[in-house]
Unconditional design. Structure first.
Length: 439
């Protein structure tokens, strides 16, 4: 474990901040020489290198032996890092290695391929570096033939369309990678087009994270078309892009035929009533999607009405996230009607909307008969003591809800009394969150 910023800034190496993993030390005697060598190597790092490594943990988990490689001008440390990769222990024991490369400079980029060619490497996380398109080109070339790397994290690396073109070409050949995160970069629609073309033939990637890039409805269209043929991708994260209602329409069309996508995150994408309507129609027939995240959009009451129609008879969706969507009481009326018949939904997030007591009354009436919902989030709405009373009365008979979040509403002291009665009578509720400034 690395820490002690102050010691580093004063030109002192944080010897006291480096700790061995005690469990590994006591249980894995063969690993002790490598751990000892690693600790000695870290103590030889320059002050700046030690500062950069402050947040990196070296920890053995299950059968994975983490290896930390870091750029430094000290050739002795680099030689020891190379020695660890080819150490006798890594050859003789069944340990797999997870390599984390952090805060390296551009001159080190060509050497990245060396670690991907290592046939024991399973996870490579390079978050918050300066890889860029050039660095990704080196990585992509190595990925073409790699058969062991299953997880690659490239978040916050100023990667643009050119770099994605190299990566997409590699994905057409690679048959091992399952989890790819390229969030918080500079990818635009043309870059997504390259990825979509690769996904048409790739049958191993199961999770793709494209959060917070610059993707619009054309990029969404390319991805949606790929999903109609792709038979592997189970999770797609597109939070904080700009796909809008047109993008929602494209994904709705994909959901009509796709048989593998289980998690779709379209949060913070300027999806309004029209987009919600398209998605709702897709939900009527889709039997695969389990989680739909639409947080921080523009759905409103009318959009929720359409979504309620979509989940009325849907039997696959178990998590629906609708927080921060300007939803009020009239929207809750339609949702409550759907919950009376829905037999799949277990988690419902309606936090940070404008739901009042009347809306909670609709919801409470549905909870009297609903036997599936286990988690309900109503935090940061405008629910008063009357709304809490409606909910408390419903929970006297409800035997499935285990978590209810009501913090940061306007309940006051009478509402607290109703909540106390719930806790006395309900034997199922395990978590009742109610901390706020109004009590």
């Amino acid at each position: 474990r690395f820490g002690n910023h102050e010691a580093c800034s004063q030109g002192k190496l944080p010897y006291g901040s480096i700790e061995d993993d005690s469990e590994c030390w006591h249980q894995q005697s063969r690993a002790r020489p490598t751990f000892k060598m690693l600790k000695e190597s870290l103590c030889e790092l320059s002050v700046q290198s030690a500062f950069n490594l402050k947040n990196v943990k070296n920890k053995r988990i299950n059968n994975k032996m983490p290896t930390i490689v870091h750029n430094t001008t000290d050739s002795r440390v680099q030689r020891k890092a190379d020695a660890r990769i080819d150490s006798p222990m890594s050859k003789e024991s069944p340990l797999m290695k997870t390599t984390i490369i952090c805060n390296f400079c551009n001159s080190y980029l060509p050497g990245l391929g060396k670690f991907i060619h290592d046939q024991t490497l399973t996870t490579l996380k390079l978050k918050k570096n300066h890889i860029g398109d050039t660095g990704l080109q080196y990585l992509a070339e190595a990925l073409r033939s790699n058969q062991t790397l299953t997880t690659l994290g490239l978040s916050r690396n100023t990667i643009g369309n050119a770099g994605i073109q190299y990566l997409a070409a590699a994905l057409e050949k690679n048959q091992a990678l399952k989890d790819l995160s390229i969030s918080y970069n500079d990818i635009e629609d043309i870059g997504v087009q390259y990825l979509a073309e690769a996904l048409q033939g790739n049958q191993t990637l199961t999770r793709l994270n494209l959060r917070e890039n610059h993707i619009c409805h054309r990029g969404a269209q390319n991805l949606a078309e790929a999903l109609q043929n792709n038979q592997a991708l189970g999770t797609l994260q597109l939070e904080t892009n700009q796909i809008g209602d047109k993008g929602g329409q494209h994904f709705a069309e994909a959901l009509r035929t796709n048989q593998v996508l289980k998690i779709l995150d379209l949060s913070c994408n300027n999806i309004g009533v029209a987009g919600a309507q398209y998605l709702a129609r897709a939900l009527e027939n889709n039997k695969i999607l389990a989680t739909l995240s639409l947080r921080n959009n523009l759905i409103g009451d009318l959009g929720l009405q359409y979504l309620a129609e979509g989940i009325h008879n849907n039997q696959s969706l178990i998590t629906l996230e609708l927080n921060s969507n300007n939803i009020g009481d009239s929207g809750l009326k339609y949702l409550a009607e759907a919950l009376r018949s829905n037999q799949a939904l277990t988690t419902l997030d309606l936090s940070e909307n404008r739901i009042c007591d009347v809306g909670v009354q609709y919801l409470a009436e549905a909870l009297r008969n609903n036997q599936k919902l286990t988690t309900l989030n109503l935090r940061k709405n405008s629910i008063g003591s009357s709304g809490v009373q409606y909910l408390a009365e419903a929970l006297r008979n409800n035997q499935t809800l285990t978590t209810a979040e009501l913090d940061w509403n306007q309940r006051g002291h009478p509402g607290v009394q109703y909540l106390a009665e719930v806790l006395r009578n309900n034997q199922t509720l395990k978590a009742l969150l109610h901390e706020d400034s109004s009590i």
